[in-house]
Design a protein around this ligand. Structure first.
Ligand code: AMP
Length: 616
């Protein structure tokens, strides 16, 4: 069936042609066939991305009279974001319906303004349940003329505790109205609503119950809980072009993961209910415009968000409600595009993957968390491709080229390529050198709870156990309880830390951190860690200029590289590109700043190391 054949009002037809909709999606085909002519209740199983807004929006607008200034259409939505999106879509569909007025009402915004809008002749109100109850109690809204009530994402409204509000609202609408309920999943509570408030509803489905889209690939990684964040970074680093949503279970965890990513130089921000509405709007604006590469969100805050072309959904944890996995993964793979949904799970959670497979009727594939070498390769390839496809603005750079050409004239093409790659790439290389295996299955270094480090400072440098501990705490921002088995030898020291913190220390190799004129150099000790023994060597030879962890000359070069990375970095980040991030480049840059500024610089430590605190 085409839109024309459905018999849809010509004004709506004109609008959807302008929107570029050519053929109805499966759920639209079903609603258009039934709801334009019959006055019936329906229960639609459809997730966002299936075109369900138009599936209920078009028949609703078709059935109402925009000349009559009463509220004939009511749409309930779980979140403000979704509500606003629906009202905008309805306005687009109804743009040729003269006099049509769609008003969105939701909490966190002036109720007086919303009351004014409703009174100025709304035909359709899109509301979050809490705010609508408030308006009803204030007698500020008249629902007695409602012909069609839509419950969108009904399962989510119930999840969010709107059960009583829904009962209250539905009781206030006329018995004669039709109710159209849409839900991505069909838990018992949704069935209860359909039984209590609907007359033998017709069941429509955009696919099998709860089933995920075919275009989504489902992968999972098994790690120890303490390695979850590191695994996330690996996954992200392994996907340089990621534009994704990272789902966390709680608001606090969402904020923590976002804060850590930002600190580590990634283009990420948090979206959750503890943020003010304007903060949420700001984050969403940046994400929609792709200024942000990654949105870290709670299930509730990210519900119904319609952002196209999301490449990855990452389940930082599996959702508490197994069925919510469908909602999460449905953010990607929209409109026929390919998407990847990744779950980072612990051994204990891995069993739940089977439950999810049953619900979505799709198989997951288990993957190894990319190791340092995988990430470096991927980044290198990305860099090379970027160089290859970079657009060159001839006119702009013309006047600078001769100088650059002259400067580089003595280098062969091979030399030049090597240097460009090394300049950009060394930071990544250094960061991932000696990086532990994060997979929770092999029982190697990554699996051991602690990692033992070698540091090139010892008694000769005036350090003892306590002063070294203080130094380590400050340099890597770790707590005292995370450092143990500290052994200070004459020219060097050993210490152990939680494996999860290992990369914090390795990252320092990349910085200009000095103590009494000696640049700090951390290495995973070969004594207890297999990877420490082989990992470094593996990369050293591969790319010239990579340098060993201990060669101060090598890192001086890197330091220079950072400066470039720092200024270029922020630019790159704000464009959502990976360039600026480059190896958590900006994150390090920040630390470099602090090292230049004060705490890790030589004078401060020299001074403090002789103080009583350090000689205890
Ligand atoms: P929804 O499931 O309502 O969130 O819609 C998902 C996306 O598909 C939105 O960006 C819609 O604009 C788009 N869309 C909906 N119906 C169609 C259609 N028939 N043809 C093309 N795009 C559509």
């Amino acid at each position: 069936m085409t839109f024309e054949e459905s018999g849809l009002d010509s004004r709506l037809l004109q609008a959807i042609v302008e929107l570029g909709y050519e053929t109805p999606t499966p759920i639209q085909e079903q609603t258009l066939a039934k709801l334009l002519t019959q006055q019936i209740d329906v229960v639609g199983l459809a997730q966002t991305g299936t075109g369900k807004t138009a599936a209920f929006g078009l028949p609703m607008l078709h059935n109402l009279d925009s000349d009559e200034k009463t509220i004939q259409g009511l749409v309930l939505s779980p979140t403000r974001e979704l509500g606003v999106q629906i009202s905008k879509d309805l306005e687009k569909f109804g743009k040729h319906m003269k006099g049509l007025k769609v008003v969105a009402v939701y909490g966190g915004s002036s109720i007086d303004k919303q009351i004014k809008d409703i009174r100025s002749g709304a035909n359709v109100v899109v509301a979050t349940p809490g705010r609508l109850v408030d308006l009803i109690e204030r007698r500020a809204i008249d629902l007695s003329n409602v012909k069609i009530a839509v419950l969108d994402e009904a399962d989510e409204m119930l999840n969010m505790g709107f059960k009583e509000d829904l009962d209250f609202i539905l009781d206030k609408t006329p018995k004669t109205k039709n109710t159209w309920l849409f839900s991505a999943t069909m838990p018992q509570e949704v069935s209860r609503i359909s039984k209590n408030y609907m007359n033998s509803p017709l069941e429509l489905s955009a696919g099998k119950k709860n089933e995920g889209a075919d275009t989504i690939e489902h992968k999972y990684y098994v790690v120890q809980a303490r390695n979850r964040y590191l695994a996330l970074k690996r996954v992200v680093d392994h996907n340089p072009d990621i534009f994704g949503i990272i789902f966390c279970r709680t608001r606090a965890e969402t904020q923590e993961v976002a804060d850590n990513l930002i600190k580590d130089g990634y283009s990420a921000d948090a979206l959750h209910g503890d943020l003010s509405q304007s903060q949420r709007d700001f984050v969403m604006k940046r994400f929609r415009s792709r200024t942000l590469q990654m949105l870290v969100a709670t299930d509730v805050a990210a519900r119904g968000i319609d952002v196209n072309d999301i490449t990855h959904v990452i389940n930082y944890n599996l959702p508490e409600e197994t069925e919510n996995y469908t909602h999460r993964s449905g953010r990607t793979g929209r409109a026929g595009k390919k998407g990847v949904s990744i779950a980072i799970v612990t051994g204990r959670d891995a069993g739940r993957i089977k439950d999810i497979e049953r619900i979505i009727n799709k198989k997951f594939t288990k993957h190894d968390v990319p190791n340092g070498k995988d990430v470096c390769e991927k980044q290198l390839l990305h860099l090379v491709t970027k160089l290859h496809t970079a657009s060159v603005n001839e006119a702009e750079i013309e006047e600078f080229l001769p100088k650059a050409m002259a400067e580089l004239a003595d280098l062969s093409k091979e030399e030049l390529v090597k240097r460009i790659v090394a300049e950009e790439f060394n930071r990544f290389l250094a960061y991932y050198q000696n990086s532990p295996d994060l997979n929770d299955s092999k029982g190697d270094a990554g699996n051991s709870r602690t990692t033992r480090f070698f540091l090139n400072l010892g008694e000769m440098d005036g350090l003892n156990r306590n002063s070294l501990k203080d130094l380590l705490m400050e340099v890597a921002s770790v707590e005292a309880r995370m450092l143990f088995n500290i052994e200070v030898k004459n020219a060097f020291s050993f210490f152990e830390t939680e494996t999860v913190l290992a990369e914090k220390f390795l990252a320092q190799n990349n910085e200009e951190v000095f103590f009494n004129d000696r640049k700090l150099s951390f290495e995973v000790s070969q004594k207890r860690s297999r990877e420490g023994g082989s990992g470094g060597g593996g990369y050293k030879g591969g790319f010239s200029g990579g340098g060993s962890g201990r060669s101060s000359g090598g890192y001086k070069g890197n330091g220079g590289g950072y400066k470039g990375g720092e200024s270029g970095g922020y630019k790159g980040r704000s464009e959502g590109g990976y360039k600026g991030r480059e190896g958590s480049g900006t994150g390090y840059a920040g630390r470099k700043k602090s090292s230049e500024g004060s705490s890790f610089s030589k004078p401060k430590y020299s001074e403090r190391s002789s103080s009583s605190k350090y000689s205890n």
